[in-house]
Ligand binder design. Sequence first.
Ligand SMILES: [Zn+2]
Length: 163
Amino acid sequence: MKLDVSDALAHPGQEYLFSGLQAIADQEISGDTVRIDDCAVEGGFLSDEEGNISVKGKLRTVAHAPCANCLEDAQAEVENEFDEVFRRNGDMEDDEIFAYQGHEVFLDKLVMSYAVMALPIRFLCREDCPGFEYRDPEAAPSEPGIQYPFAGLQQLLEKNEEV
Ligand SMILES: [Zn+2]
């Protein structure tokens, strides 16, 4: 998603509104793949006398990842607000700043960072998901599809001990 800032550059201080959808690549976060739907983005931008562009607005989307407890699909609503300055003719490869060249401001990096920032630490399929009934949470499988041939046996043994 990009903004044409030609008018803003010609009229410093005047705010221009924008809205649109920004696609976001899948994110690998602590071993899980988090899929993020297209972000609905809206806000406004304006130029200062030097041609630096302030972009202010909010984003809203839905993120999908395995439930932290049971590995079923879980989703979370994601919302965040941003307020950043894109430096005119700054280094666009520099991860520490936002910058633009010419008359187009690309919002990809901004929307991606603010969406990722707002992700929940743990995805849960529902608030009271009971998850696996392992005694040791460390023993819970971290990936779907992995077979733990002795898990069932372990549970049997533990049952017998309790009797
Ligand atoms: Zn769950």
